[in-house]
Unconditional design. Structure first.
Length: 210
């Protein structure tokens, strides 16, 4: 990545909303060690990565898009993947449930009386719709959110995912192809500029070559 961008400052009520989202993320019982060795709740770290990559993908992102990206995995730990069959249909059902619950909970959270002035209903509903990834094929902001989620996967999660013994190379290449297909041209450009591990670069090369 050659240039670091900063997102526009959030208006006061949206900043308050983001702080409430982060407070919820901080309740994630799973923690991860940061580069400084300090443990951070997993979903809080993920949310910060989403904001980081949103700044690269869309430096002028609107307040609603900033909140939606920050809340992409809102309280995800409450519905473990293991609660659904470990099959493709089971995964799709789990993912749909996750998006629906996250959108609804965030819309409710952003209506908190502690936020002043209040966030308009239309904006709360818009944040929820973005989290649910509605109209992905026609909504530019939804596509940006999808790009950012894919970028975070490649940057922050791919190496750990790839190292799982139950996932072979063919499966990983299939996942990479699906990830690539979800992304816009701008998202793909950013992915190719990433400082990825040699193994990740090798697998991406195989995915794109076939």
């Amino acid at each position: 990545m050659t240039t670091t961008h900063q997102l526009p400052p959030l208006p006061a009520q949206y900043r308050q909303g983001l702080d409430l989202i982060d407070a919820a993320h901080a309740q994630d019982p799973k923690t991860v060690a940061g580069p400084d060795g300090v443990s951070t709740p997993n979903e809080l770290q993920y949310a910060r990565k989403m904001t980081k990559w949103l700044a690269q993908r869309s430096p002028t992102a609107s307040p609603v898009l900033q909140l939606a990206c920050r809340a992409q995995h809102f309280r995800r730990w409450e519905i473990p993947r293991s609660t659904y069959p470990m099959t493709r249909p089971g995964y799709l059902t789990w993912r749909s449930k996750q998006k629906s619950q996250a959108g609804n909970l965030v819309a409710e959270l952003l209506a908190s009386p502690s936020i002043s002035p209040e966030i308009p209903d239309a904006d709360r509903n818009r944040v929820a719709a973005l989290i649910r990834k509605e109209n992905l094929n026609s909504d530019e902001e939804t596509q940006i959110l999808e790009d950012v989620a894919c970028l975070v996967f490649l940057d922050d999660q791919f190496d750990d995912f790839e190292s799982k013994s139950e996932i072979d190379e063919d499966k990983i290449i299939s996942i990479l192809r699906k990830t690539w297909a979800k992304m816009s041209e701008k998202g793909r450009e950013l992915a190719l500029e990433m400082d990825l591990s040699d193994r990740a670069k090798e697998l991406i090369g195989k995915a794109l070559a076939s």
